[in-house]
Design a protein around this ligand. Structure first.
Ligand code: COA
Ligand code: AMP
Length: 633
C-alpha cells in the first residue's frame, strides 16, 4: 500500500478503512456500529464497543509474553538519572497507583488533574486514570497557579497528582506553593492530592489533604494490591486537555477512548514507520498534546519503547544532548519541534557534535508544533543525513492532519510543506465567504466533517463553544483557525493562525489571555499583544500599552511589573518579556485593534495601510515607539 492507495481507500469507504485499523486494538466488546453519524457533528466512533486504553497500552503486551520488553526509558540529565521500566514493571506501577487513586475516591468518570514535571510517574498517573476509566487532565508545569486554578475549576477533579517541584536548567520550580495557591483560588476543591517528593526539593505535605506518592504506592505494591482495567465505552472520555483559545478561559478538548486508540495505533506503523519493539522518542512534555499522543499513548499502544526526557536540546549539558539520547537508547524515530533544532543549530552550526555519537538505529526525524522553516529542515537533512518529515496537527485532532507516512513509503518532500492530507482528513482551503479558492491561493484551512477517530467530540463543559469556535464559521467543515495553501500537487502549506493564538517555542499561547492580564494592571488603559517573529522561538509575544491619564509611570518600571504580572498569572512559559508604551492603539473605525498591522510593523515586513483605519498617523507612532527600543525586524 502507498500513501495514494491508502488515502483513496479511506476516501472510498471511511468506515471500512477505520474498521480495518480497529483490528490493531483489543476490544472487550466490539462496536455495534463503527461510525454512528446521527450523533451530532462528531458522530460516535466505535459506538457500542467496550474497551480500556491502559489494557491496550500495557496489559495486553504482558499477556502476549512481552512483559520483559522495555516500555519506558526515563532519561533526565537535570538529575543525572536514567531508569528503565519493562511492560511488566509498568503494569505493576500503574496497577498499584490505580489502586491508590481508587482509595482516594477516584472512580470511573471522575476527573484527576495531573500537574507534574517530566517524570515517569506522570505517565503512570495518566495510565492509572485510564485503567480506572477516570478522566485525566494534565496541566503543563510551566503554567502558574492562576492557570492551574482555571483548569481545576473547569474539570472539578476528585484528586490531583503532583510533584514537589520541576527542574529547569539552573532553577528549581517549586510546584507545591503553586498547587496550594491554585487550590485556594479554585472554587472546586479536590478531595485529595498525591504528591511525588523529588529528592532535590521535597515539600511539606498539607495535613488531611496531601498524601505521599511513594508511601502509598509502595505500600500497595508491598501488599500486592492492584486493580484490573475497568471496561469503558469507546465513546467515553479518556482525557481533557486544555489548550489556548481566544479568551483567558482555555478550551477543554475532550478525547474519546476507542477512536483515539485506533488512530494512534495506525499512525505508529503507517505514519512513523515503527515496528513493535522499536524505540520512539517524542522530545516534548506530557503537558502538551504531543506528549499525550507520543510520549504516553501511541508508542505504548504499539508495543514500542517510549523515551521520556527531562532536559533541553541545549545546555543539558550541550547541543549534543539529543544525539546522546538517540545513541544511548537506540532511538529509531525522534519527534520534536523545529525550535529545538534552531536552538541546536545556533550552538553547533556545523553539527560537529553529531559525529561524536553512534546514530545507527536512527531513521527519521519528525517535526511539528509550529511552521518548519526550510533552513532548519535543510540543516537537519544535511547534518543528520536522514529523512526529515514535517507534519501538521493540533491539540484538537490529537494526531497529524497532514504529513508524510513513512510506513507507507514516503513521497518526495517539498520544503516548507507539512506534507499531504492524512487518511481521515479531507482538507480544503476556503475564502472568508466559504468558497473554495484555486490551488495555490492562501485561505482558511478547513476539514470536511466528520472528523476521523481521535478528533474531539466536544469541549468539556462548553458544547456551545465547541460549535461556535469550530463548526459554525464554515458549515459542514471543521475550521482549523490556520491559514494556508494547498498547491497543484496536493501539498499543504500552513502559513499563520487566523485567530490570536501565537506559537512560542512550539508552545501554543493566547495573546488574548496575555492582554487580559495586562489590562488588569491599575495603570493600563488599553493594550495589545502580538506575536513578533523570533529567530529561535519562531514567535515571541510583544506587548503595546496605553497608560491611564495621569498614571505618569516610568516605562522601564512599568514594563517590569507587566512582565512579572504575566509570569505570575499565566506562567514562565508565556515568555512575555517586552512591553512598549504607545500613545494610542491603531484601530478601525468600528474600534477593532489592528494587531496584524502592528505585528507587520514590528517584524519590519511590508504592510498596507488598512482601508478602514481610523487615524493613519497612529501607525507612525507605533513605528516610532518600536524604533526607540530598536525593536523592529
Ligand atoms: N516548568 C516550569 N517552567 C518551565 C517549564 C516547565 N515544565 N518549561 C519551560 N519553563 C520555563 C523556562 O524555564 C523559561 O523560563 P525563563 O523565562 O525563566 O527562562 C520559560 O518557561 C520559557 O520556556 P521556553 O520558551 O521553552 O524557553 P527555554 O529557553 O527554556 O527553552 C527551547 C527553549 C527551544 C530549548 C525549548 O522551548 C524546547 O526545547 N522546545 C522544543 C520542544 C518542545 O517543548 N515542544 C513543545 C511541543 S512539541
Ligand atoms: P497545538 O494545539 O499546541 O498542537 O498547536 C497547534 C497549532 O500549531 C496549529 O494550529 C498550527 O498553527 C501550529 N502547527 C502545528 N504543527 C505545525 C506544522 N507542522 N506547520 C505549521 N504550523 C504548525
Amino acid at each position: 500500500m502507498t500513501y495514494e492507495t491508502a488515502y483513496a481507500a479511506w476516501k472510498a469507504d471511511p468506515v471500512a478503512f477505520w474498521e480495518e485499523a480497529a483490528k490493531g486494538i483489543d476490544w472487550f466488546e466490539p462496536a455495534t456500529s463503527v461510525f454512528n453519524a446521527d450523533a451530532g457533528v462528531y458522530g460516535r466512533w466505535f459506538d457500542g464497543a467496550q474497551c480500556n486504553t491502559c489494557f491496550n497500552a500495557v496489559d495486553r503486551h504482558v499477556e502476549a509474553g512481552h512483559g520483559d520488553r522495555l516500555a519506558l526509558v526515563y532519561d533526565s540529565p537535570v538529575t543525572d538519572t536514567v531508569s528503565r521500566f519493562t511492560f511488566a514493571e509498568l503494569q505493576a506501577e500503574v496497577s498499584a497507583l490505580a489502586h491508590v487513586l481508587r482509595g482516594l475516591g477516584v472512580e470511573k468518570g471522575d476527573r484527576v488533574v495531573i500537574y507534574m514535571s517530566m517524570v515517569p510517574q506522570a505517565v503512570f498517573a495518566m495510565l492509572a486514570c485510564a485503567r480506572l476509566g477516570a478522566i485525566h487532565s494534565v496541566v503543563f508545569g510551566g503554567f502558574a497557579a492562576n492557570e492551574l486554578a482555571t483548569r481545576i475549576d473547569d474539570a472539578a477533579p476528585k484528586a490531583i497528582v503532583s510533584t514537589s517541584c520541576g527542574i529547569e536548567p539552573g532553577r528549581i520550580v517549586s510546584y507545591k506553593p503553586l498547587l496550594d495557591e491554585a487550590i485556594e483560588i479554585a472554587r472546586a476543591k479536590p478531595n485529595a492530592c498525591l504528591i511525588l517528593q523529588r529528592e532535590v526539593h521535597p515539600c511539606e505535605l498539607t495535613e488531611g489533604r496531601d498524601h505521599d506518592y511513594a508511601d502509598l504506592v509502595g505500600a500497595a505494591k508491598a501488599a500486592g494490591q492492584g486493580t484490573e482495567c475497568v471496561p469503558v465505552a469507546a465513546t467515553d472520555p479518556l482525557y481533557i486537555l486544555y489548550t489556548s483559545g481566544t479568551t483567558g478561559q482555555p478550551k477543554g478538548v475532550v478525547r474519546d477512548t476507542g477512536g483515539h486508540m485506533v488512530a494512534l495505533k495506525w499512525t505508529m506503523e503507517k505514519h512513523y514507520g515503527l515496528k513493535s519493539g522499536e524505540v520512539f522518542w517524542a522530545a516534548s512534555d506530557v503537558g502538551w498534546v504531543v506528549g499525550h499522543s507520543y510520549i504516553c499513548y501511541g508508542p505504548l499502544l504499539h508495543g514500542c519503547t517510549t523515551v521520556m526526557y527531562e532536559g533541553k536540546p541545549v545546555g543539558t549539558p550541550d547541543a549534543g544532548a539529543f544525539w546522546r539520547v538517540i545513541q544511548d537508547h537506540k532511538v529509531a524515530a525522534l519527534f520534536t519541534a523545529p525550535t529545538a533544532f534552531r536552538a541546536i543549530k545556533k550552538e553547533d552550526p556545523k553539527g560537529e557534535l553529531i559525529a561524536k555519537y553512534d546514530l545507527k538505529d536512527f531513521r527519521t526525524l519528525f517535526l511539528a508544533g509550529e511552521r518548519s522553516d526550510p533552513a532548519t529542515i535543510e540543516w537537519a537533512q544535511e547534518k543528520l543525513d536522514r529523512l526529515v518529515v514535517d507534519h501538521w496537527w493540533q491539540t484538537e485532532t490529537g494526531w497529524a492532519m497532514s504529513g508524510n507516512p513513512v510506513g507507507l513509503g514516503a513521497f518526495p518532500i517539498k520544503l516548507g510543506s507539512p506534507g499531504k492530507p492524512m487518511p481521515g482528513y479531507d482538507i480544503h482551503v476556503l475564502d472568508d465567504e466559504g468558497n473554495p479558492v484555486v490551488p495555490g491561493t492562501l485561505g482558511n484551512i478547513v476539514c470536511k466533517l466528520p472528523l476521523p477517530p481521535s478528533g474531539f467530540p466536544t469541549l468539556w463543559n462548553a458544547p456551545e463553544r465547541f460549535l461556535s469556535s469550530y463548526m459554525e464559521e464554515f458549515p459542514g467543515y471543521y475550521a482549523t483557525s490556520d491559514a494556508g495553501i494547498i498547491d497543484d500537487d496536493g501539498y499543504v502549506f500552513i502559513m499563520a493562525r487566523t485567530d490570536d493564538i501565537i506559537n512560542v517555542a512550539g508552545h501554543r499561547l493566547s495573546t488574548g489571555a496575555m492582554e487580559e492580564v495586562i489590562a488588569a494592571h491599575p495603570d493600563i488603559a488599553e493594550c495589545a499583544v502580538v506575536g513578533k517573529v523570533d529567530a529561535l522561538k519562531g514567535q515571541m509575544p510583544l506587548g503595546f500599552y496605553v497608560t491611564n491619564d495621569g498614571a505618569n509611570r516610568a516605562s522601564d518600571e512599568l514594563e517590569k511589573e507587566l512582565v512579572q504580572l504575566v509570569r505570575n498569572k499565566i506562567g514562565a512559559v508565556a515568555a512575555f518579556k517586552t512591553a512598549v508604551p504607545v500613545l494610542r492603539l491603531p484601530k478601525t473605525r468600528s474600534g477593532k485593534v489592528l494587531r496584524g498591522t502592528m505585528q507587520k510593523i514590528a517584524d519590519g515586513a511590508d504592510y498596507k495601510q488598512p482601508a478602514a483605519i481610523d487615524d493613519p498617523a497612529i501607525l507612525t507612532e507605533i513605528t516610532d515607539a518600536l524604533n526607540t527600543r530598536d525593536l523592529i525586524g
